[in-house]
Design a protein. Structure first.
Length: 283
């Protein structure tokens, strides 16, 4: 995922001066009680000047996961979850455990080689703005975590601030309503592809033509298109896969077009079903 910035300010706000944390940048900080296993009694603050950050939200906006890698060494991770089936929206989440259930939220703050087998605690989400594809635009939460049921606590605050999410890749794919069939039973289809940003679109499809009650011509094709922001022409030859050749008349083309969205590291796929009138070519 795209790099993010985080802020964790603290359950004990007096431990870190208010002017030590910029309110519009990301960071991670916590105050650890003496005897707390995870924080080891430390008071810690990381900002983009001292660490790198990343965070992502699940596709259903149910759980957020992030990591912090201090430049001086070490690592920290956090995971906050709403109860199963719920969105992680602003609100107070009581009786949190290490793993979410249908009725309880999930909470896990760990790092530097230390983690809890059992977690009890709570957290409050103060702000949550999510984009597509796991993108976290803004997130702000405070938390209180107890490890293995012990009384000492880890208090902290997380703030994530990112620019608005970049647009997702969109693909518009068309197939012409007319195609050609040659004298050897093969056909040629054509159409256009238009993408919101330049990318390579992989195309695959199957064509079926019912010639009569007993004869069904079928064929598959695949290829790629250098898709641009203006309509780009594509064409494909389809050779019958059996002994039944294509001929004049109506056929159905089922096509899948897929392109890689570099902003989100995922593929965007569109599916198209089109009716094509096949006419015999003179060639």
């Amino acid at each position: 995922m795209r790099t993010t910035a985080l802020i964790v300010i603290l359950g004990l706000y007096l431990a870190i001066p208010g002017n030590a944390i910029a309110q519009d940048e990301s960071s991670f900080s916590f105050v650890s009680d003496p005897g707390d296993y995870i924080g080891q009694g430390q008071t810690v603050l990381f900002t983009p000047d001292t660490a790198s950050f990343s965070a992502s939200i699940s596709q259903d906006n149910n759980r957020i996961f992030g990591n912090v890698f201090p430049f001086a060494g070490g690592f920290w991770f956090f995971r906050l979850e709403a109860p199963i089936g719920q969105s992680l929206d602003p609100g107070v989440y009581e009786q949190a455990t290490r793993f979410q259930t249908d009725t309880t939220p999930g909470l896990d703050i760990f790092g530097d080689g230390r983690g809890c087998n059992m977690v009890t605690g709570r957290f409050e989400v103060l702000e949550a703005v999510y984009g597509p594809g796991g993108y976290v635009e803004r997130f702000h939460a405070t938390f209180e975590q107890h490890c293995e049921g012990a009384a000492p606590a880890l208090f902290g605050e997380i703030r994530i601030v990112n620019p608005p999410p970049p647009p997702q890749l969109t693909i518009q794919f068309t197939v012409n309503g007319k195609g050609t069939a040659d004298g050897f039973g093969a056909i040629r289809l054509s159409g256009t592809a238009t993408c919101s940003t330049q990318t390579t679109v992989n195309v695959a499809g199957v064509v079926r033509q019912r010639l009569n009650r007993f004869a069904l011509a079928t064929g598959t094709f695949s290829g790629s298109v250098a898709c641009k922001t203006s309509p780009t022409a594509w064409s494909a030859q389809v050779i019958p896969s059996g002994n039944v050749p294509f001929g004049s008349g109506m056929a159905t083309a089922d096509i899948t077009a897929s392109g890689f969205d570099s902003n989100y590291g995922s593929f965007v796929t569109v599916e198209l079903e089109g009716a094509v009138q096949l006419n015999r070519s003179n060639k």
